[in-house]
Design a protein around this ligand. Structure first.
Ligand SMILES: N[C@@H](CCC(=O)N[C@@H](CS)C(=O)NCC(=O)O)C(=O)O
Length: 203
């Protein structure tokens, strides 16, 4: 299997961690979707990573769909519960984490635009999503070792990836002081081999 994506994307990291946790072999084709010469649109019309090409050459995107597909390949280390209602709850936590990530990325990209083109209203709207989302994740992780039931799930992976990315890009935002339970919870996750192996490079 080949995974296409960048080393800094939190969505790509989610899939890399899922594959590592399941012990499924894959190769990573590094692609930065923002580069003018990127090959990503050849595989995903939306031009986004991650993209997964499976053993049969079938192409999968976006990350929740890839995650769903990967769950069908290996069922001993389930990261999405088998019971439908539990699966939906885990997927909702994943959606919350991914949504925080999308809002934080929107802020990051907007702040890269020239000052005169930036929209403070747009940034404020995205900041509210991040703030509400982190507060919801704080609430979901109070006193918890795992966010859902008593084992690692895709929800833990997604939360670790968004918070890891936020820490990487917005280190000085003071989120740790505001969300101490979430900070403790992710610090435990960050000690796992799969998280250590996929740490975003310094840049
Ligand atoms: N919902 C998508 C989001 C993927 C996404 O936004 N990826 C970013 C990299 S972190 C990207 O490829 N952006 C390029 C673009 O938006 O054109 C998923 O979960 O896979």
């Amino acid at each position: 299997m080949q995974l296409i994506g960048s080393l800094t994307s939190p969505f790509v990291r989610k899939i890399r961690i899922q594959l590592l946790e399941k012990g499924l072999p894959f190769s990573l084709l590094e692609e930065i979707p923002w580069n003018a010469d990127t090959s990503v649109p050849k595989f995903n019309p939306l031009g986004k990573v991650p993209v997964l090409i499976d053993e049969h050459g079938e192409i999968w995107f976006d990350s929740p769909v890839i995650a769903e597909y990967i769950e069908t390949l290996e069922t001993r280390h389930r990261l999405v519960p088998i019971k439908s209602i539990d699966a939906v709850r885990v997927r909702q936590l994943e959606a919350l984490a991914d949504g925080v990530c999308e809002a934080a990325i929107a802020i990051f990209l907007e702040k890269k635009r020239p000052q005169e083109w930036r929209s403070p209203d747009w940034i404020a709207r995205q900041e509210q999503k991040v703030e509400r989302g982190l507060a919801a994740l704080e609430k979901a992780t109070v006193g918890k070792h795992w966010v859902y039931e008593d084992h690692l799930t895709l929800a833990d992976i997604a939360i670790g990836c968004v918070v890891g990315w936020y820490d990487f890009r917005f280190e000085s935002s003071g989120w740790r002081q505001k969300h101490p339970h979430l900070a403790d919870y992710v610090d435990r996750l960050f000690k796992r081999d799969s998280f250590i192996q996929t740490q975003p490079p310094e840049s």
